[in-house]
Design a protein around this ligand. Structure first.
Ligand SMILES: [Zn+2]
Length: 195
């Protein structure tokens, strides 16, 4: 029923989380009414996206610099590292404005059912940061995969001097960090426990 290009865009939008057929149609029809400048800008932002972003060489966070702003910030406690699965988790915790250490992004969790092993994760870079750190806060999800990954890291670093803690989950079992509300996240960080 729609012209082919509109139909293609609807299919693109439907790949986004939470976007169904009706919403995709509405979004695309809205964009169709944009002026030329806005449309061109949108298109070039999309095509520049992949080439403009990279991962921080220290912590693995999504950034547009070699070293992200958090790793560069001398006002943050560079000796406290919070380990998370994904950059989205960092953005969720940053929004709570209550954590002033640094992060380490694993880019996934150990998941044997999908063939994801520790060697596939951003763990070597973490190991090289451990010697200079006081505290490692393991903030992986409360899921089976999050727990497996936490246990792997705990055993990997058990001979190291670093103090290992785990988020005190006010989070329900199976909860994912990025979907938690702010108060729950703040409490989980405050109530972290020796692991
Ligand atoms: Zn960084």
């Amino acid at each position: 029923m729609y012209p082919a290009i509109i139909e293609k865009l609807i299919q693109d939008f439907k790949k986004l989380p939470g976007i169904g057929e009706k919403t995709a149609e509405r979004l695309v029809l809205t964009i169709t009414n944009w002026n030329d400048d806005d449309l061109k800008a949108f298109g070039s932002h999309l095509s520049d996206l992949k080439s403009s972003i990279k991962f921080c060489k220290t912590c693995g966070l999504l950034t547009d610099m070699d070293t992200c702003a958090i790793c560069q910030n001398e006002n943050r406690d560079q000796k406290t590292i919070m380990v998370v699965a994904d950059s989205k988790d960092v953005f969720a915790i940053e929004q709570t404005n209550t954590f002033f250490g640094t992060y380490h992004v694993l880019h996934g969790l150990v998941d044997f059912s999908k063939g994801i092993e520790p060697k596939d994760l951003n763990i070597d870079a973490l190991t090289s940061r451990i010697e200079k750190s006081n505290e490692l806060i393991i903030a992986t999800n409360g899921t089976v995969e999050g727990e497996l990954t936490a246990q792997y890291l705990k055993s990997l670093y058990k001979e190291k001097k670093v103090n290992i803690t785990r988020l005190g989950y006010g989070l329900p079992v199976g909860a994912e960090l990025k979907y938690a509300d702010q108060l729950t996240l703040i409490k989980a960080v405050e109530n972290r426990q020796k692991y």
